[in-house]
Design a protein around this ligand. Sequence first.
Ligand code: NAD
Length: 373
Amino acid sequence: MRIAVLREQAEGERRVAATPETVRKFVALGATLAVEAGAGAAAGHADDAYADAGATIADRTAVLAGAAVILGVQGPDPAGLARVEPGAWVVAALQPTRTRAEGYAAAGVEALAMEWMPRITRAQSMDILSSQSNLAGYKAVLDAAAEYDRAFPMMMTAAGTVAAARVFVMGVGVAGLQAIATARRLGAQVSATDVRSATREQIQSLGAKPVFVENVAGIEGEGTGGYAGETSDAYKAAQAELVSGHIAKQDIVITTALIPGRAAPRLVSDAQVASMKPGSVIVDLAVEQGGNVEGAVAGEVVVRHGVRIVGHRNVPSRLATDASALFSRNLYNFLSAFWDKEAGRPLLPDGDEIGDAIRLTRGGQVVNPRLSA
Ligand code: NAD
């Protein structure tokens, strides 16, 4: 059984879906690995390292020929899969939309969208959103520090004292928790907020100050699967007021708030940006999902009212080596968990919660209910 590892084609994508480490593990399971030339170069893995791990290196057409499983970070363009084996699995972050799924269905492949992995204990080690968000939260703080012309920790020197930076993290999921921890390690004074009240204790346990609206209906924004849901208008108004007062006193704001299936919620208005001191920095990790911050631009660092608003795209790719290591292990953990020794390949039984959640297409049809026309 052959597994193909593709070189990413999207602009700015430096990650790779298999590392020499996971290639070795797949080989140990009995698979044959074919890696597209240059696939790991931007993540620090030369072709030779893949060859040493037991893979063959070839061009895209040769790699795809005869592959039963095709691995990518971002999903390959369906148009490029016309000649692959019918029923081959495409395993990647597919950014599932109906149109894209129809493309995969037309190509005859079974498209498995790793970002729709259910948030159940069994699937934790396969969860690309968690592994990539964790690194993004860390990098967001470093990006903020790099744009900030002052220091993060308090320093008492013979020439006087440098004040600690005040960092406010909005959205305390996986990325936000790591942002809090990273900012704390750098010595900042950290506060954080979320719509899910369960995060209050998590914020405190990291030594940061929770900033929460009290006594307003709709505060509990817990939706399904541990994700955020919509909050009430009363809650939104109260939150905006509380946050306004708080933001004006911050040096750094990191926003990470997402609501699955919807545009990112707007958390910081232009007026709130204007209330911050010049030289302050905002990092909007949700910029590619519509943005939490008014005025943030995907792929740019813009200056509004003297405040730098950082809107880097694809933040995990900015840590390509570690992001690839974790992403690749997520894919390996998934495929090895479903490995059928007799068949010599992974099999995803019908009715399995994981397969049902992530399978977009099969037998030339779009089969995922989330994409029903
Ligand atoms: P996410 O990326 O979907 O969103 C980031 C955060 O933004 C969330 O905490 C969300 O509540 C918050 N948010 C949304 N709207 C907001 C608003 N208006 N104001 C402030 N904050 C807002 O979240 P995530 O990182 O995917 O994590 C969501 C939850 O899932 C967490 O509790 C996490 O621990 C849990 N989780 C569970 C598993 C598992 O069990 N396998 C895996 C990963 C994450």
